[in-house]
Design a protein around this ligand. Structure first.
Ligand code: SAH
Length: 368
């Protein structure tokens, strides 16, 4: 097991130039004014970008040519696709994209019978150093800007609408389960949440109920998020019910212990009225023992309450160079049974994108 240091503050690297999606509606009008254009041009531009998912000014034919040229300054290309790979009969699609400075990051679009989900990155790399996660092994390169986060969603929504998954589909769900620790890039991530959930044309108009923010458990940031008034689903990557094991699997546990993280999850559920998700990657002979399943179940029942929590088991995706593997099916079934026996809802996540290294914890663009 590699022991990497925890990194909370991203290295100081230049973020990309200002983009429409960095700005709230008032700042958009101000920015358009700085370009010498009337404020209503900002609303027109927003209708194209947030309402129709268009970032190409040449396609905005309701705008005069001269205005289009000026407005292009607010739509610098930030998230430029480098490669696209598909698997699962075309219903999983991974995009490797490049930022303004050559930074690489990844997003995944997944189609289901009843919904389409974009799994997006909040940082290039990650500083949380979880030893079973490919991204954690590469370290943190830099934060993504608000617009870099939003534009992943905008492009996914456009692709889904244009039939990238087969039938034209509306993007209904966004999960911050790609690269990075979203709560370590707090301000930009929350601004992105507003752009994603505000009704069009202020934002992309995706229901907050369809958005999930997944975290290793940065306790103060969980409390801050609860107070933002954006009722997104919180997912906590627990992976062990006891501090001894969690200290090694999720190194941030050395700072905030299991009990503190679960208390923060309960406060989040109480404040927002949303059920929290507990993520648990099942690793053979590491965290999959029946006694841990029982401890997990009773701990969640006691600390959060059975109505406010749901366990999402993720069969481990082995990452290159790791000696860890997923648990055998019988062990997994027994684990589910014991958590459920404690009265806590528990399901196994369907793992998409295995053949294209787009499955949970495999996004590590620096190796691409
Ligand atoms: N930093 C955030 C979000 C990124 S990862 C977090 O930790 O929650 C999204 C989920 O994938 C997390 O629960 C993470 O622990 C899990 N994951 C990472 N690597 C994995 C792997 N190899 N197999 C299964 N799940 C993994």
């Amino acid at each position: 097991m590699t022991a990497l240091p925890l990194v909370f503050d991203a290295p100081k690297r230049a973020l990309p130039p200002r983009h429409l999606a960095d700005l709230d509606p008032a700042d958009r009008r101000a920015a358009v004014g700085e370009l010498g254009l009337p404020g209503f041009r900002a609303d027109q531009l927003s209708r194209h970008y947030f309402g129709r998912f268009t970032a190409d000014v040449d396609a905005m034919t309701d705008l005069p040519a001269a205005a289009r040229e000026d407005l292009a300054a607010l739509l610098p290309p930030l998230v430029t696709p480098v490669t696209e790979q598909t698997c699962d009969s075309g219903t999983t699609r991974k995009t490797l994209w490049r930022g303004h400075d050559g930074t690489l990051a990844e997003s995944v679009l997944m189609g289901y019978p009843d919904r389409a989900t974009a799994c997006i990155s909040s940082q290039a790399g990650c500083g949380m150093a979880c030893p079973f996660c490919a991204t954690g092994q590469g370290g943190l390169e830099r934060n993504l800007s608000t617009a870099e986060i939003v534009d992943q969603v905008r492009q996914a929504a456009a692709a889904a609408r244009d039939g990238a998954l087969g039938e034209p589909t509306r993007l209904s769900n966004v999960v911050f389960m790609g690269m990075g620790e979203p709560l370590a890039n707090y301000k930009r991530m929350v601004a992105a949440l507003r752009r994603i959930t505000d009704p069009a044309p202020d934002g992309l108009g995706i229901s907050a109920r369809g958005v999930t923010v997944s975290t290793v458990g940065l306790v103060p940031a969980i409390d801050k998020l609860a107070a933002e008034g954006i009722p997104v689903t919180l997912a906590v990557s627990l992976h062990a019910p006891d501090d001894e094991l969690r200290d090694t699997l999720v190194p941030v546990n050395n700072r905030w212990k299991v009990g503190e993280v679960l208390d923060a999850a309960r406060r989040y559920a109480t404040t927002t009225g949303r059920r929290v998700s507990i993520e648990y990657a099942l690793i053979r002979d590491v965290n999959d023992q029946p006694w841990r399943a029982e401890l997990l179940g009773t701990l969640l029942r006691r600390r959060i309450g059975t109505k406010r929590v749901h366990v999402n088991l993720i069969p481990l995706n082995p990452t290159p160079g790791s000696r860890w593997d997923a648990s055998p099916r019988a062990v997994q079934d027994e684990f589910v049974r014991r958590v459920q026996a404690a009265g806590v809802a528990c399901t196994v996540r369907d793992t998409r994108g295995r053949e294209i290294a787009a499955a949970c914890g495999q996004l590590a663009a620096q190796n691409a």
